[in-house]
Design a binder for this molecule. Structure first.
Ligand code: PGA
Length: 255
């Protein structure tokens, strides 16, 4: 399968880290290090950092995204932020279905699907996260779990809208643990995800969809992971908080 049919995307997921001033400082440090990268570079940051991050990233190749959005356009949902609100402030990317949202905030495949739908309706590009728990991997049901997560999350998404979908395969046991999936494990699941997309849509959509790996990707292991035929970049947590480390990952995806 030809990797040139799709874009490699290196996206940072800052989670609940950094104040606006700290965000500015990191992005200022990153800008010269990632300039000229041959992959898309995105930083998904806490809502309160978005404005400062956009200002700091202006004129560079770093794009700013959010870490979640609600499925309603507006309404009585205290503490939530809608997709049209993100669009209105110039955000293009949004992470949906991160395992921390699923684990700690009650997200289900169904609510993930509703949020995906809302993001697409606002013209946002979605970074859709899927991945198995350690227990599920031990039971040998990784493929079933991930296939089902992908299918439910993409319910009602058209072939044309798949241009706005990036999938991030993030095995939950590898997130923030320092334990990375092997390049073979990452490629195997990413390949299975591409097969599901082929079944849901067609071979062209499958070949054109960016499928990242995420889970303790860092400056040391990124090159081997992103070199895999079905791994089109990464979703990076901890290492995206360090300008130097993040830039090494961006360069690894640029070759
Ligand atoms: P990590 O996080 O790189 O710190 O493991 C990845 C993620 O949660 O997206």
């Amino acid at each position: 399968m030809d990797k040139s049919l799709r874009k490699a995307v290196i996206a940072g997921n800052w989670k609940m880290n950094k104040t606006p001033d700290e965000a500015k400082a990191i992005i200022e440090a990153m800008k010269p290090l990632v300039a000229g990268a041959d992959c898309d570079v995105v930083l998904c940051v806490p809502y309160v950092d978005i404005f400062a991050a956009q200002q700091a990233a202006a004129g560079s190749n770093i794009q700013i995204g959010a870490e979640n959005c609600h499925w309603a356009e507006s309404g009585a949902f205290t503490g939530e932020v809608s997709a049209p609100m993100l669009k209105a402030i110039g955000v293009q990317y949004v992470i949906i279905g991160h395992s921390e949202r699923r684990q700690y905030f009650g997200e289900t495949d169904e609510t993930v699907n509703k949020r995906v739908r809302a993001a697409l309706d606002s013209g946002l590009t979605v970074i859709l996260c899927v991945g198995e728990l350690l227990d599920q991997r031990k039971k040998g049901i990784t493929m079933e779990v991930v296939r089902s997560q992908v299918k439910v999350a993409l319910g009602g998404v058209s072939a044309d809208e798949m241009k706005q979908i990036i999938i991030a395969y993030e095995p939950v046991w590898a997130i923030g643990t320092g334990e990375t999936a092997t390049a073979e494990q990452a490629n195997e699941v990413n390949h299975a995800i591409r097969e599901v997309i082929g079944e849901l849509y067609n071979a062209d959509v499958a070949a054109a969809t960016t499928i990242q790996y995420g889970g303790s990707m860092n400056a040391k292991n990124a090159a081997e992971l992103v070199a895999q035929v079905d791994v089109d970049g990464g979703l990076i947590g901890g290492a995206s908080l360090k300008a130097e480390d993040f830039s090494v990952i961006v360069k690894a995806a640029s070759v």
